[in-house]
Write a protein that binds this ligand. Structure first.
Ligand code: C2O
Ligand code: CU
Length: 417
């Protein structure tokens, strides 16, 4: 096993092409996994097992439920997840969306591992060195697998948090309203996760609240908000916090009551302006201005013949996966990405393994708290400039998290040279 561990370490350090062709499941399987962490800081290990299977309802689940179980650990832990596939013939992987895992644990079938087929298993390990709200999902035929239910929440806690926590997913398989009794004065944290292909709108009424975190990163000194809806891009997360008032609090998703606290869900008002993240929170530090490298990514579509029928391909710089140009970076660089949407649909962009600092949207810089995101929605006609710190070597996917668009071409690699 030692030799295998060293070999894996050598592959990780080697050129990307060697990594791609040699980095297969047997090498990176159960036996090799513990050794890879030899040099990393080892905290207490939080172990989980997720078994993917077909459910009687037609959905696909982890441990016979959808969403799958919450993976909850404390900051400083080592998270270890044993994935098994019972009978998903299409194969399964685990991608920890937004989490800065080592490249070999990123779960991208065909890039960092082979898909886990029925009867097979795979162990993922990573250091939980960042607290926040994240999620996991399959990354093998992910447009079908996530839609069918292969996803769940990944919550890393800074410390045991007092009060009530409520997890809310936006996803077609998660519907209906719930209600819960919460004593007045209790701190409440709502963790909102968009596990769907499109933007969803959340509206919290009956209380003024704060948007405490975006995509797992805290905002600096966010102020109170009332009467505004929150647009959440596909793949994105918001932490919303408030103190339970005397009266009832309701959360609506796209105008449908979803959660009532201390009272049954009732009418949810809509039509209020969305929260403008760009001017929200205490002004932060100035954005970096000197970049080691810049890349431009143009999102568009092309009418093509696909299987003999005309259809739209979603393109990156005029090409579709896997022909799309790679974003080459070098470890340590500060990279500027300019993302232009020339298409008439929104594209929620998601780089794996990294968060980006938003520099501007249509030339306007955020004036509030620094905004670190891993799922940012580039609307038709928009241009976003974001900064990426190249601090996590490997070959990473970046793609539109409207997973249909990704499957129809809108994906590319970030590759360390
Ligand atoms: Cu949420 Cu490439 O994934
Ligand atoms: Cu898209």
């Amino acid at each position: 096993p030692v030799a295998v561990g060293l070999l894996v370490a050598a592959l990780l350090a080697g050129p990307g092409s060697a990594l791609l062709s040699t980095f297969t499941a047997p090498l990176h399987g159960v036996d090799a996994a513990p050794l890879r962490l030899a040099s990393a800081a080892l905290g207490p290990v939080s172990r989980f097992e997720l078994t993917a299977s077909r459910l009687a309802s037609g959905a696909w689940g982890f441990n016979a439920q959808t969403p799958g179980p919450v993976l909850r650990a404390s900051k400083g832990d080592t998270v270890e997840v044993l994935l098994r596939n019972t009978d998903i013939e299409e194969g399964v992987t685990l991608h920890f969306h937004g989490y800065p895992v080592p490249n070999g644990d990123d779960g991208t079938a065909g890039v960092t591992q082979e898909a886990v087929m029925p009867g097979q298993q795979f162990v993922y390990r990573f250091a939980a060195d960042k607290a926040g709200t994240f999620w996991y999902h399959t990354h093998q035929v992910s447009h079908a697998g996530v839609k069918k239910g292969l996803f769940g929440a990944l919550i890393i806690q800074e410390r045991p948090e007092p009060g009530e926590e409520v997890l809310i997913f936006a996803h077609r398989l998660v519907t209906g309203a719930a209600s819960r009794q919460v004593a007045a004065g209790t701190p409440v944290t709502l963790r909102l996760i968009n596990a769907d292909d499109v933007t969803h709108r959340f509206l919290l009424t009956g209380v003024s609240w704060r948007l405490s975190a975006v995509d797992g990163t805290d905002l600096i000194d966010p102020g109170p908000v009332a009467g505004k809806a929150l647009r959440l891009a596909a793949g994105g997360r918001y932490d919303v916090t408030f103190t339970m008032p005397e009266g009832a609090v309701q959360l609506g998703v796209d105008g449908q009551p979803r959660l009532g606290l201390s009272a049954p869900a009732s009418a949810v008002e809509m039509g209020v302006p969305d929260l403008d993240l760009f001017g929200y929170g205490k002004p932060g530090t100035a954005a970096p201005v000197a970049f080691d490298r810049s890349h431009t990514v143009v999102l568009d579509r092309q009418l093509r013949l696909m299987g003999g029928l005309p259809g739209y391909a979603y393109t990156v710089n005029g090409r579709t996966w896997p022909q799309a140009p790679e974003l080459i970076v070098r470890k340590g660089e500060l990279v500027k990405l300019t993302v232009v949407n020339r298409d008439r649909e929104a594209h929620p962009m998601h780089p794996h393994g990294h968060q980006v600092l938003v520099l501007s949207r249509n030339g306007i810089a955020p004036t509030g708290s620094p905004l670190w995101m891993d799922s940012y929605e580039v609307l038709p006609g928009e241009t976003w400039e974001v900064a990426l710190r190249a601090d996590n070597p490997g070959v990473w996917m970046a793609h539109c998290h409207n997973l249909k668009h990704a499957a129809q071409g809108m994906m590319l690699h970030i590759r360390y040279e």
